[in-house]
Design a protein around this ligand. Sequence first.
Ligand code: C3B
Length: 818
Amino acid sequence: MNAMPHKIDDTRELHEDSLGESVLRHLIYSVGKDKAHADARDWNVALSLAVRDRMVEGWIDTTRRIYKNKQKRVYYLSMEFMIGRMLEDNLTNLGLLSEAKTFLKSQNLDVTTVINAEQDAALGNGGLGRLAACFMDSMATTGVAGMGYGIRYQHGIFRQAVEDGWQVEEPEDWLFAGNSWEFRRPEVVYEIGFGGHVTHDEDGKATWHPSESVQAVAFDMPIAGWEGDHVNTLRLWSARQSGMMNLDTFNDGDFMAAARQQVLAETISKVLYPGDHTPQGRELRLKQEVFFTSASLHDLLRRFFANYDNLDTLGDHVAVQLNDTHPAIAVPELIRILMDDHGYDFDHALKITRETLHYTNHTLLPEALEKWPRDLFEQILPRHLQIINMIDGAFYREAIEKGLDHHIIAGIQAIHPHQQDWVRMGNLAFIGSRKVNGVSALHTELMKQTVFHDLHTMYPDKIINQTNGVTPRRWLLECNPGLSDLVTEQIGDGWIDDLEQLKEIEPLATDADFQQRYMAVKAANKQRLADMVKTRTGVILNSDAIFDVQIKRIHEYKRQHMNILETIALYNAIKANPDGDWQPRVKIFAGKAAPSYFFAKLIIKLINDVAKVVNNDPDIGDKLKVVFLPNYNVSMAEILIPGADLSEQISTAGFEASGTGNMKFALNGALTIGTLDGANVEMLEHVDAENIFIFGMNADEVAERQHRRARPSEIIKTSPALQQVMTQIGDGTFSDGDTDRYRDFLSNVTEHDYFQVVPDFQSYWDMQRHLDALYGQSEKWAEKTILNTARMGWFSSDRTIRSYADQIWRAPHKTSGP
Ligand code: C3B
C-alpha cells in the first residue's frame, strides 16, 4: 500500500512538491481562486488536477511501454460506462488517500464534502455500464493493454425525482462545471458518414458517398490500476459539426438555419438512452452506435499502423470486445474498411474480422436483442447493408456445408432471406465474432439452449462463459474502510489485488472477538446509511432492524413487486398481532424505471404508497419501515451496500443474466435472499448452501410454467395472506381510497403473472421468516456474514479480466499473487 506514484525520467523534475503544495498551486493557477473564497467544488477540482498530474506520468510511461513491447491490445467497445466519482478511486489507486486527507484537514476542510463535490459520471443505465467501469479498473490493475471506447454523452442517465410517489425524470448535467479528469484531443478527429449511395467501378470496387457526416472528437480519461503504475485510457467520443458554420447564412440573418446543422450533428452525443434492456427504435440510437463504433475502429487501426504495416495479422495484435450488440455494427464496418479502404477481397476481410472481434451477450430478454428495420439501414448505411448481405451469403454456404436445413438457416442469418424485414444484430454479432460469451454459468448454458441454439449447433466452440466480477478497490476498499482496515489488520493488504486471499479470514468466522469487531463495523455502516436515509427522506430508522435492501433498475423480472407484496403481508401480520415478538425490519428500495415503462413506474408508486401507510401507522412503530430512495446511482450504492444486512436478488429464475450487485453485497457481508438465477448459482457454490438463502422455482420450472401458461388464480385461492394483500391493493387501502390506480397492476399479477410472483411468493415469505429468526441468533448471523466476505474472492473482476485475457483475447497480463 501507499506505493509512490510512478515517475518517468523526463517528468521527474516537474513536481517534486508535495500533494498539498500542488493542490494549492492548482487552486490559484488552474481554478483561479483565492483560498479565502474557494468552495468545496473548487478544492475538489484543485485536488483532482493535482492527482491527475501524478497519473499522467504513469500514463505516458504505460503508453511507451506498450508501443515498445508491441503488447497485444484489447479494446472494450461499450455504449455505457457507469463510472461514478473518480477522485477517491484515483487517490486510492495511487496511494495518495491518506496524504490527501491529512492535507484537507490541515486546511480545515471536511474530506467527505470535498470528495462528494464531484458529480457522478453516470454514462450508463445499470449493470452493463457498471461492469464496463469495473473492467476498466481491472484491466489497468492486471496490466492488460486495454482501452475503453464509448460516447461522451453531454447528459447521462436522467435524474430521478419522486413527486407524490411517482417517478419524474429530470435532465442530468454532469459536465456543467467541467470534468477534471478528461483531456480533450482536438487532433484526434474522424468523419463519420451516413446516408447517400454506393457506386462500383469496372473492377467492382465499391465507393460509398455519404450524404451527411459528423465529426467524432476524442476525450481521454486516464484509468490507473491498483498502485498506479499501469494507466490505461478511456476514450469517449463527442460529436460535432463537420466543417464550419456557414457564415454567409448567418450574416444574412438566418441564424436558425446556420445553427441547425450544428445542432443536428451534436445531437448524436447529446443524451444517453435511458432504456434498460430495450433498444430505442430510433434512428438517433442507430446513429450513436455507428458513430462511436466507426470512430473507435478507425482510431485503433491508426494505432495499429504505428507498429505494423499489414492488416493480415490484425487479430494477432488486437482483440476487440463488443459489449452487447450495441457496437455490433463493427462487423460490417470493419469489413467495409478492409475492403473499400485497404483493398481486401470479401472473404479475406471476413476472416480478419472473425479473428479480431468478440461479442458479450448480457441478456436473453427478447426485447433486448437489437434489431433494426432493413429500410432504415438502407437509408442510413447503404454500404453496410450490402456487406451484411455478403456476410449472410457466406454464412449460408457454410451452413449448407454443415448440413443445416434452409428453414433453420433463415432463422439465424442477419436478415431473414424471405421476410427481409429486420437486421438482427445478435445474429450478426455472433456470425462475425471469434468468441461469444455469456456472463454467468447459467446464462451461458441458457444461451446455448435458447436464443443461440441453432448458431451454437453450427459453431459449437464459439460460446464460452465468463462469469462477471466486481472491482475490490471501489466495492470494498473504498466504500467500506472499516471492514477493509479490519481485514488488513488480520491478513495484510494482499487481498486488494488478489481477492481470494480473503479466504484467510475464514477461521475467524467463529472467533467471538473478531465477530464482535466485524459487527461493530457493520453497525457503523448501518448508521451511515440511516443518516443518509434521514437526510434524503426524513424517515428515521431503527438500527436494530434488519436492513433489507433491493437496489437495481426497476423491472418486472427483477420482481421489486414481489418484495413489496411480501412487505404488505408482513405489515398485515404485525398489525394482526402488534404485541408479537417481531424482528424489526427496514425495507429499502432504490432504482430507476425506464421513462416509457409504465408498469415499472407503477411499482415505484406502489412502494411509496405502501411506505406512507406503514411508516405512519402507530401500531407498527419501529417494527417495519419502508423507504424508497430517489435517484439511485453509484455513489449511493457505495453507502447502501456496506450498510445492508440482507441483499435481495429475487429475479425470476432464468432472467437475470448475472447480476453484479449480488456480488458487492455478499463481499461486504450482507446475506443474500435469492433465486437460483444468474451468478447467484455460483455464489451458492462458493459460500455454501448454509450461507445463502435460496428459495423459489429454478429456471426449468419457470420455463415449464410459462410454457403451459399456468394461471396464478389457483395458487392465490389457497393463500389467505396473498388474497388479503391483493384485496387491499384493489380497495384503495394504500391509495387513499383510489380503487383505479392499481387495476393494471392487479390484473397483471393475478391473471398473467409472467414473472411468477405468485408461485414463488410462499417460499419467499417462508425464507424471510427464517431469516428473521436467524438474525436473532447474532453469533450465527455474524459467522455467516464473515463467511460471505471470506468466500467471495473469486468474484473479483480481476479474475474475470484475466480469464477474458487468457480464453478470449489471448492477451498478456500480470498474474496474481506473490
Ligand atoms: C445487465 C444484466 O441484466 C445483468 O444481469 C448483468 O449482471 C449485467 O448486465 C452485466 O453483465 N444488463 C444491463 O444492464 N443492460 C442490458 N441492456 C442488458 C443486460
